[in-house]
Design a protein around this ligand. Structure first.
Ligand SMILES: [Zn+2]
Ligand SMILES: [Zn+2]
Length: 130
C-alpha cells in the first residue's frame, strides 16, 4: 500500500483536491465556496462530503478553521505563521506575515479554565474599501 498518510488521516483523492484548491487561495473561503470550486474537478462530490473532509483536514492539522464574526466558518490552507486582519467594510480576511507577540501574563489571569491558547484578529479597512 502506498503511504500517503500524514497526521492522523489518510489523504483520499477528495481530500487532496480540497487541500490543493484551498492552498491556491488566500481568500479564506467558506465551505460553500470551496464546494463550488472543488465540484469543477470532482463533479460528483456533495456538500456534506466537503464539510466532513474540511473538518477532518482541520482536525489533522492540514488546514486552519477560522471562526469569524460572521456565523460561517472560513478555511485557510496557509500553514505559515501569520496574522489575520478583517476588513470591517467588506468582511474579507487578509493575511499579514508574522505573528503578534502577546504578553505571557495571560496565563496568570484568574480563571478556572485551563487556558490552551489565544486567537487574535486585527480589524481595519482594506485598501480596496479605502
Ligand atoms: Zn474591504
Ligand atoms: Zn490566513
Amino acid at each position: 500500500m502506498k503511504k500517503d498518510k500524514l497526521g492522523a488521516i489518510r489523504l483520499t483523492k477528495q481530500r487532496k483536491v480540497i487541500l490543493e484548491e484551498l492552498k491556491k487561495l488566500n481568500t479564506h473561503p467558506t465551505a460553500d465556496e470551496i464546494y463550488f470550486i472543488v465540484k469543477k474537478r470532482l463533479p460528483k462530490i456533495s456538500i456534506a462530503t466537503v464539510y466532513r473532509n474540511l473538518k477532518a483536514l482541520s482536525a489533522a492539522g492540514y488546514i486552519i478553521t477560522l471562526k469569524t464574526a460572521e456565523n460561517q466558518k472560513r478555511f485557510d490552507g496557509n500553514m505559515q505563521e501569520h496574522t489575520h486582519i478583517r476588513c470591517v467594510k467588506c468582511n474579507k480576511i487578509h493575511d499579514i506575515e508574522g505573528k503578534i507577540k502577546l504578553p505571557q501574563n495571560y496565563k496568570n489571569l484568574k480563571t478556572n479554565f485551563d487556558i490552551l491558547g489565544y486567537n487574535i484578529y486585527l480589524y481595519g479597512i482594506c485598501p480596496n474599501c479605502l
